[in-house]
Write a protein that binds this ligand. Structure first.
Ligand code: F6P
Length: 336
């Protein structure tokens, strides 16, 4: 392997820069050239590229975003896109490609692989943590930290005014951010895709739960974490529906893209560094169409197709804990 290409694609995630840095430094260590394609697959189609040297990646691991830019490329879904991209890769004498992104980016890698048969290795970069083949994706820990910080702040005001809050978090179709931030911040309720699939929550059941919690605790706040796409009209609509029934102020709060920024946590920087180096090792070993990941603290490789076709489940134990702790039962006063 004389030269590898690298790109970041799809929604950016904290730690993408750290993984890019690791790829460049590991490749240089083995005297491999690195060429970055800017704006993900769009850059590949547009022949928008730059050489990457050690100096380009110095001191970038503490910043979120991606210095080589990202994009969601609609064009790359088209049937003739892989051939056009392969031409660009061959023109630059690229021997292997590293794709940093989420499931959409890995599907793109599969699409490209139908024409370009050289090694393609994925690095899991998404806040959603919805990829099979790694315990955590790069960016997930930071997003949870950000959501937890926001929930703590919401709690301050909610508790001061005995209010109900519905805080909407990202995660696309997975409840990882929802579950972890709810547990970390002690939210009274969480509405997650995985739970909604089992038994969709009704406004009536929610109202009953809020009333029960308030009966047991007296004046108090109630903070709920709502995963995106899990309620028609989202947090704003749910707050209106609850206000109508409870006759209490209920406030929505949408965390949105705040969850994609900020300083990557130490764990994300370390994960990104380990997976970045692992990806270069896989490329050098000739692996193709696999994702570099870490499971039980060990570097592993998983076929790219499995990363989105197989489902990584939420922790049942965490769900149980959350549901038990916030199902208060009114205790009767001891008789003796
Ligand atoms: O996949 C990362 C993610 O932030 C999801 O959590 C969210 O649903 C989506 O991207 C938002 O995408 P965009 O930035 O294109 O609006």
């Amino acid at each position: 392997i004389g030269r590898i290409g690298v790109l970041t694609s799809g929604g950016d995630a904290p730690g993408m820069n750290a993984s890019l840095r690791a790829v460049v430094l590991a490749a240089k260590h083995h005297s491999i050239d690195v060429v970055a394609f800017r704006h993900g697959y769009e850059g590949l189609l547009n022949d928008d590229w730059q050489h990457m040297n050690e100096s380009d990646v110095l001191h970038i691991l503490q910043y979120s975003g991606t210095i080589i830019k990202s994009a969601r490329s609609e064009r790359f879904r088209e049937a003739d896109a892989p051939a056009a991209a392969a031409q660009v890769l061959d023109k630059h004498q690229i021997d292997a490609l590293i794709v940093i992104g989420g499931d959409g980016s890995f599907r793109g890698a599969g699409h490209l692989g139908s024409v370009w048969q050289k090694p393609i290795v994925g690095i899991p970069g998404t806040i959603d943590n919805d990829l099979y083949g790694t315990d955590a994706t790069i960016g997930y820990a930071t997003a949870v930290e950000t959501a937890m910080d926001a929930l703590d702040k919401i709690r301050d005001t909610a508790e001061a005014m005995d209010r109900v809050f519905i805080v909407e978090v990202m995660g696309r179709h997975a409840g990882f951010i929802g579950l972890s931030s709810a547990m970390a911040a002690g939210a009274e309720r969480m509405i997650l895709p995985e739970l909604q699939k089992q038994k969709p929550l009704t406004v009536e059941a929610l109202v009953k739960h809020i009333e029960n919690v308030q009966k047991v605790r007296g004046d108090s706040s109630y903070v709920m974490v709502l995963s995106e796409n899990q309620w028609p009209g989202g947090a704003v609509r749910l707050a209106e529906q609850l206000e109508d029934r409870l006759h209490l102020p209920c406030r929505p709060c949408l965390l949105g893209h705040i969850q994609r920024g900020g300083r990557p946590t130490a764990s994300d920087r370390i994960l990104a560094t380990r997976i970045g180096v692992h990806a270069v090792n896989l490329v050098m070993a000739g692996a193709n169409q696999v994702m570099a990941g870490i499971i039980a603290d060990q570097p592993v490789a998983t076929p790219l197709a499995d990363t989105w076709q197989q489902r990584k489940g939420l922790s049942e134990e965490m769900i149980q804990i959350q549901q038990t702790l916030f199902n208060p039962v009114k205790r009767t006063a001891p008789t003796s």
